[in-house]
Ligand binder design. Structure first.
Ligand code: CTP
Ligand code: CA
Length: 227
């Protein structure tokens, strides 16, 4: 009911948001993943929906309920996530990448379960780098033309401001949201640092839903002022 009376700052916007970890198979029963809970991305999906956006949420493997009114697409691997994102970015006006995408995947997943051979020998895994989903979208014609506003996230273990500024430039996005991780993984609260070309704005420690609502307001402000 409260959400009903909140001003609809994202009315008419189509948000695409990634959330959670990805899962990179080693064999049919094993894989590599990370501790991202997906809570921040799901909170952003909810807050943006409340703010009037049409929301598509591309989620890695997480144990979270879909926010009301949000179109959810479940994916497993970084490659699955990239495919879903590229497809849905064509109609989006806003892309927010909160997913903790695996940076590497096993070069090939074994078709059958890898068995111990009794000798104590261990599997020697080779890795390949996953495509950077955020950078791919940020460099698309749609983003470069200004029709798609891209927001990145970064969990850093040190030097948050410097790392976030460097990452913003490297990814080619107008806005990058930093937080000190991995202390925040799985928690219901966080604190954020919003870094754009002109400034750094701190959103102090609060619930992820409260931060998501503040972030949505900050994004809406930038959408309405930037070309
Ligand atoms: N990201 C992505 N695809 C990847 C890796 C990262 O879309 N393959 C996105 C994340 O969703 C996040 C941003 O890029 O919005 C930053 O992710 P992060 O892991 O902090 O940056 P990396 O470029 O992977 O650098 P590193 O992990 O080495 O710090
Ligand atoms: Ca990474």
């Amino acid at each position: 009911l409260i959400a009903f009376f909140r001003p609809k700052s994202l009315a008419g916007q189509r948000l695409l948001v990634t959330a959670g970890p990805t899962y990179e198979a080693i064999d049919p029963v094993r894989g590599i993943t990370n501790l991202s809970s997906g809570k921040m991305g799901f909170a952003i999906a909810r807050a943006a929906r409340e703010a009037g956006a049409d929301v598509t949420l591309v989620a890695g493997p997480v144990a979270l309920a879909t926010p009301r009114g949000v179109n959810r697409i479940d994916v497993k691997s970084a490659q699955n996530m990239l495919a879903a994102v590229v497809q849905h970015a064509q109609a989006a006006t806003l892309f927010v990448a909160t997913a903790a995408v695996a940076d590497w995947r096993p070069a090939q997943a074994a078709e059958q379960k890898i068995k111990k051979d009794g000798s104590g020998a261990t599997p020697q895994l080779q890795f390949v780098e996953n495509t950077d989903i955020l950078a791919t979208v940020a460099q698309s014609a749609r983003a470069l033309s200004g029709a798609l506003y891209c927001v990145g996230f970064a969990a850093e273990s040190q030097d948050l401001l410097a790392n976030a500024q460097a990452k913003r430039a490297r990814k080619g996005v107008p806005l990058l949201v930093g937080n000190i991780g991995p202390a925040t993984f799985g928690k219901d609260e966080n604190a954020l640092l919003l870094v754009d070309a002109l400034s750094a704005t701190e959103l102090p420690h609060a619930s992820k839903l409260s931060l998501a609502r503040q972030l949505v307001a900050e994004i809406a402000k930038r959408l309405h002022t930037s070309p």
